[in-house]
Design a protein around this ligand. Structure first.
Ligand code: AMP
Ligand code: MG
Length: 391
């Protein structure tokens, strides 16, 4: 048995990159940016007014000023502002030549003859300087990130109508187990519904990869082999749930070997998910996920997702997030690193959720995330900071 950290290192180092493709800005959200995006202009392109008001010279503040013109957003000023004058200006408009201050309408008073005076106290000039946000030629988005809506705004601002992204990894999903029926059927006798496949397909999609479902393999070597062979041929990665423990019908590792795959580990000191089995072939990887629904879920989040991130070229580690524990926590045995679901209290503390173990999938639906309980730690006091992750 190896530690989570050891297993995680093996998994990360085994990731292989997918190819690259161009996508339109309208299809780019959620994709992994594979080439940096550079700006083709300065932003703002000129000194820009941040408020509705009057543009003038700072030394003229407090004097009655002649208003030369009104500068609307989208129109360039036509007059240079000389001492004793100003121009009325709207938010987002270019400030006129000769000005270094814009006072707000709210801080002004109109005087006889179309003149105006500043009535506030001088402070910030209310001018956004040319190129203060970014300049022409600057890299505005680095490669190796999932594209978020705010990144789309930056792409639009610099006219990047197409960007280079990593191709989506193809991920085959297989369930194993004689007890399973598909979720559209009412289980009879000793049967239960196959929830892992639907869940994994959703997790794969959320991770930005392309899932394909291959069905349920009966607990027979030939059945598992047939599905795994097909899924491997058609995908980069295969997730196969169930059949990796040490029961009489846990045949997945045997089939992995028969297919010529190299098993890197089959037992990790973590909970849930101890029998996680990871193997690779030439530009192929298979995760044998423990069948218990919470194990499958958690192992995807902690192992498979970081693997898929690296395949897409996204290598930045998630920062460690810490929250104070809302209640004392204890466990009988501490020989495994554990993840437990938690909710957030109104005071912003992490409260371990009611959780009956790795079959209790609905414990995750109300959970905000998972608390990491380090290996060797059996007791944590209320108020101590614990490492958390969002799920
Ligand atoms: P296994 O890893 O095959 O020994 O399965 C462990 C537990 O998870 C058993 O209680 C199985 O019935 C359950 N299980 C296995 N696969 C699934 C699945 N696809 N959906 C829901 N539960 C499953
Ligand atoms: Mg099974």
């Amino acid at each position: 048995m190896i530690t989570f950290e050891e297993a995680f290192t093996i998994v990360k180092e085994s990731a292989f990159r997918t190819g690259k493709e161009e996508v339109k800005i309208s299809d780019a959200a959620g994709r992994a940016l594979a080439m940096p995006v550079k700006s083709d202009m300065d932003m703002p392109p000129w000194n820009k007014s941040a408020v509705d008001g009057y543009a003038c010279r700072r030394e003229d503040l407090g004097k009655e000023l002649t208003v030369l013109e009104t500068v609307a957003a989208g129109v360039m000023p036509s007059k240079t502002v000389m001492p004793g004058s100003c121009s009325r200006i709207m938010t987002g408009a270019a400030v006129p030549q000769g000005t270094d201050y814009v006072f707000m309408l709210e801080n002004s008073e109109e005087k006889e003859g179309g003149r105006v005076i500043f009535t506030g106290r001088p402070g910030n000039d209310n001018i956004a300087k040319a190129a203060e946000d970014f300049f022409s030629g600057q890299t505005v988005l680095k490669a190796g990130r999932y594209i978020k809506p705010q990144d789309i705004a930056v792409m639009a601002a610099v006219g990047a109508m197409e960007v280079t992204v990593s191709c989506k990894a193809g991920v085959g999903v297989i369930s194993t187990g004689d007890e399973l029926v598909e979720p559209d059927r009412m289980p009879a006798g000793a049967q239960i519904r196959n929830s892992n496949a639907s869940q994994l397909m959703a997790q794969v999609a959320r991770a930005g990869a392309l899932g394909t479902y291959y069905g349920i393999a009966r607990d027979e070597e030939a059945a598992i082999e047939a599905l795994l062979r097909k899924a491997l041929k058609e995908n980069d990665v295969v997730l196969i749930s169930g059949g990796v423990s040490f029961g009489d019908f846990d045949l997945v590792p045997k089939v992995m070997r028969a297919l010529g795959l190299t098993i890197h580990f089959d037992q990790v000191a973590m909970q849930p998910g101890k029998p996680l089995t990871f193997c690779t072939g030439e530009k192929k990887a298979v995760f044998g996920l423990p069948g218990n629904p919470v194990s499958t879920f958690v192992q995807f989040e902690v192992m498979v997702r970081p693997f898929l991130d690296r395949m897409a070229g996204v290598i930045t580690e998630e920062p460690v997030m810490l929250m104070p524990l809302a209640a004392d926590y204890s466990r009988k045995r501490a020989e495994r690193l554990a993840w437990i679901p938690f909710t957030v209290t109104p005071a912003g503390e992490a409260l371990p959720a009611e959780y009956h173990g790795s079959g209790h999938i609905n414990a995750l639906t109300g959970a905000w995330g998972l608390i990491t309980i380090p290996l060797g730690q059996s007791w944590i006091q209320k108020g101590e900071m614990v490492s958390v992750r969002r799920i």
